[in-house]
Design a protein around this ligand. Structure first.
Ligand SMILES: Nc1nc2c(ncn2[C@@H]2O[C@H](COP(=O)(O)OP(=O)(O)OP(=O)(O)O)[C@@H](O)[C@H]2O)c(=O)[nH]1
Length: 308
């Protein structure tokens, strides 16, 4: 099963949940109830949040008052959502949720014993209370994602970069952990636009972004910094390891296959690499990595330079 993913969801509803006794970590002790009572309570509780993960956590805790199960998992592709609550067991039952043709993801319950018919009917009845709150949460998640994502390359945009960089620099300082950044720029990109047109240029940007992402760990973050420039944020990574990652990205881009008018389009990138120094802020770190990238360009391109 896939692990739960980080979300950028703004946590504005914690206070409301706490007032209702649903603080994030401490769900109240649950007593058995009738299906009708539980449906009524669920409808109210599920409306207290726009965070899909929290909605499913509440749903799982409440449903278990009526039907025992070990795990609940949820996958929804268009919002990149994948969540696993509890340990999976051998027997499972799955539901593909939809509303008016809208796909709202797949919910799977597992446990050690087979589910009985009446338990399945109860679960289905409870799921009916979940559909609308979950749909609202998915719309909210999509809106947050779009506001933070570059639509062409599907990497983070500048707003996401500023927020993430600020947060990661603070975390690195507080926990005394290394943090490195790579700034990379496609070489002679203007020629690609000039020779093959802007549409091809856009396709190259998308392909390079996909190649970069495919070479990184899930926790590494990629942002479109400018036109054909990207920033990679490597938390918990020292300068030597970051340089190795940078070289891996450079090789991967050089090896890319981009057929163009019966020939291969040769691509390369130049990179700057910098590790956060003691007492340094984000703008100084960005300034140093930008200078390193400039050095790599001046030295002939298709290479990586460390920041001074
Ligand atoms: N197709 C396309 N082109 C873009 C986009 N954003 C910026 N560009 C173009 O990217 C080009 C960048 O050109 P330059 O800054 O001269 O850089 P370069 O040609 O890559 O040269 P070096 O970086 O020095 O190797 C410009 O022609 C921009 O118009 C975009 O979203 N799509």
């Amino acid at each position: 099963m896939l692990p739960s993913e980080h979300t950028n969801t703004v946590d504005f509803d914690t206070a409301r949940l706490q007032r209702l006794g649903y603080a994030q970590k401490q769900l109240p002790t649950l007593q058995p109830v009738s299906l009708a009572q539980l449906r009524q309570q669920l409808s109210m509780q599920l409306q207290t949040s726009l965070d899909a993960e929290r909605i499913l956590t509440i749903f799982r805790a409440e449903s278990q008052r009526l039907v025992t199960f070990d795990s609940l998992s949820y996958v929804q592709d268009s919002t990149d959502m994948s969540l696993q609550l509890g340990e999976t067991a051998s027997h499972s039952t799955s539901y593909h949720l939809s509303h008016d043709g809208e796909q709202l993801g797949c919910l799977t319950f597992t446990r050690q014993q087979r589910f009985k018919e009446e338990e399945l009917a109860e679960l289905e009845s409870l799921i009916a209370s979940l559909v609308f709150p979950l749909r609202n949460a998915l719309l909210y998640r999509l809106a947050v994602q779009s506001s933070l994502r570059d639509p062409l390359t599907k990497t983070g945009n500048r707003l996401a970069m500023d927020q993430s960089l600020q947060r990661e620099v603070e975390l690195a300082k507080r926990n005394q952990l290394p943090l490195s950044v790579l700034m990379l720029d496609i070489d002679h990109f203007k020629q690609i636009n000039d020779n093959f047109g802007h549409h091809t240029g856009d396709e190259v940007l998308k392909a390079v972004a996909a190649t970069i992402k495919s070479q990184l760990r899930n926790v590494d973050m990629v942002f479109r910094y400018g036109g054909e420039e990207f920033l990679v944020l490597l938390s918990g990574t020292c300068s030597e390891a970051a340089a190795m990652v940078g070289e891996r990205l450079r090789h991967a881009v050089v090896s890319m296959q981009m057929p163009m008018h019966c020939q291969q389009l040769g691509l390369s990138i130049s990179l700057g690499c910098a590790a956060l120094q003691l007492g340094e802020n984000t703008s100084s770190l960005l300034g140093r990595v930008d200078s390193a990238l400039y050095d790599a360009k001046r030295a002939g391109r298709n290479r990586l330079r460390m920041a001074g």
